[in-house]
Design a binder for this molecule. Structure first.
Ligand SMILES: Cc1cc2nc3c(=O)[nH]c(=O)nc-3n(C[C@H](O)[C@H](O)[C@H](O)COP(=O)(O)OP(=O)(O)OC[C@H]3O[C@@H](n4cnc5c(N)ncnc54)[C@H](O)[C@@H]3O)c2cc1C
Length: 422
């Protein structure tokens, strides 16, 4: 008899977990409160698949930066007063992880998961022929000051021992790699090129994956909110939903920031904080820029990614609780920052721009909550700013743990670090 698995969440994590479990012979039922797949934080993200961005946000020195960000409306990193007091406990852990040793350790395990995941992602695309505008053009990080560039070289150098491939670029090298940057107003002093990164549209992937899984026999229940998990002894018996209880042998929580609510009810403290980010999408951008390589401007932390016929601009990190509303001033700031790199964005008719906000589920380590948590409960949540990058590998790890009690990364040098739960 096949193992029955209920997955809570039809975002990138839930769908990739469903894919691997289905391939391994499990009977899978995916439940989501939304009316379709990929409508949560996976909907309009930056589109980058970047093991290269393995270093977590909380680099040494973040404490000063974080303090300056409280109430700083013009900063890409904004902490609103409303975020307190819930932020306090999480924030202390976040700062504790900014020590050089933790930072480097977390960067290494992110890189291990990111590289593993990108390989699994390419396998999925080859096997399913899902069309999501996947491009293998590498990515760029561009810098406006030399000390920041030197810092980035140092961390890339450190990760190159684990296999990160990168090229150092001075300004001339940068413009030769991406000539469209010459038109920008921002004086980039140089950058790094990561030839092994990819990009693609996460929402198109989710829709393609859900279609594929329906054909493969996976059951989907949309518009179905899971309100709690019903225990019998030490096992979970059913997911209690709006539409009644859903029983299974195994349960996977892949509900991003909302995973915390379900976990708290079970007495499990989880350290996921929702950090709001924004994106703006411009369709048919040929008249706006010739940019071809997805890039991140590290000074203003803005990502610009060509995704098929669309240009996606993404960024900002706002600590404001579970608030998903779109603040027009934040979108305007994002577009202003991007326009310094892509001047064609200035004066663009508003009806060409689609704005969006989503809550990145961020842990204090920058590494997701990935693994077994209880007899028949598994977690696949908390992938923060790297969920598109981490999705295919995280799903595979959970599937391997459910079906075989072990996972492939176990042979990795970072095995003891690679899997964590709250
Ligand atoms: C602005 C921005 C840019 C980003 N750029 C990138 C990038 O370039 N590269 C990258 O790798 N990552 C990026 N990310 C991060 C990435 O998008 C996320 O980490 C990833 O989408 C998380 O996927 P998920 O499946 O965990 O969450 P989701 O997609 O949110 O899926 C969770 C699902 O669970 C459902 N759910 C929640 N609670 C319940 C419940 N109780 N019952 C039923 N259903 C429930 C929700 O409806 C949702 O559909 C970005 C994020 C943002 C905000």
């Amino acid at each position: 008899m096949s193992t029955n698995v209920v997955i809570i969440g039809a975002g990138l994590m839930g769908l990739t977990t469903a894919y691997w479990l289905n391939a391994a012979g499990a009977s899978v039922h995916v439940v989501d409160s939304a009316p379709g797949p990929g409508l949560g934080v996976s909907f309009a993200n930056g589109g980058m698949l970047t093991p290269s961005q393995a270093n977590p946000w909380n680099a040494p020195g973040i404490a000063n930066y974080a303090l300056r960000s409280i109430g700083a409306e013009d900063s890409p990193f904004l902490i609103r007063w409303a975020a307190f007091p819930r932020l306090l406990r999480w924030g202390i852990d976040f700062l504790m992880n900014s020590r050089q040793s933790s930072y480097r350790r977390n960067a290494r395990r992110n890189f291990a998961l990111g590289s593993y995941s990108l390989a699994r992602h390419r396998e999925i695309l080859a096997a399913t022929e899902i069309e999501c505008g996947q491009a293998r053009s590498g990515t760029l990080q561009v810098f406006r000051d030399l000390p920041a560039l030197e810092n980035a070289f140092a961390i890339a150098d450190f990760l190159s021992r684990d296999g990160l491939v990168y090229q150092r670029l001075d300004r001339a090298g940068l413009l030769a790699r991406e000539p469209a940057l010459a038109l920008g107003r921002s004086e980039h002093v140089g950058g790094l090129f990561f030839p092994e990164d990819d990009s693609g549209d996460a929402y198109r992937f989710c829709v393609g994956m859900a279609d594929y899984l329906v054909r493969a026999g996976v059951i989907f229940s949309y518009r179905t909110s899971v309100n709690s998990l019903e225990m019998r002894g030490r096992r979970i018996r059913a997911a209690r939903s709006d539409n009644g209880p859903i029983a299974a042998d195994v349960f996977v929580i892949a509900a991003a920031s909302r995973s915390s609510t379900l976990l708290h009810q079970l007495g499990i403290k989880s350290a996921i904080y929702p950090v709001k980010g924004y994106s703006a999408t411009i369709r048919g951008f040929g008249d706006v820029t010739d940019l071809r390589i997805p890039l991140v401007d590290m000074h203003r932390k803005v990502a610009i990614t060509p995704l098929g016929d669309a240009l996606r601009i993404a960024g900002t990190a706002e600590f404001t609780g579970m608030d998903e509303s779109i603040d027009a001033a934040r979108v305007a700031m994002l577009l202003r920052d991007a326009a310094e790199i892509v001047p064609g964005l200035e004066g663009l008719a508003p009806d060409r721009i689609t704005s969006w906000a989503g809550l990145r589920p961020v842990t204090p380590t920058g590494f997701p909550l990935l693994g077994r948590r209880g007899r028949n409960l598994f977690l696949n949540a908390g992938h923060g700013p790297l969920g598109w990058t981490f999705a295919a590998g995280s799903g595979r790890i959970i599937s391997d743990l459910v079906m075989h009690g072990r996972h492939e990364l176990a042979g990795h040098e970072l095995a003891s670090l690679a899997i964590s739960a709250p």
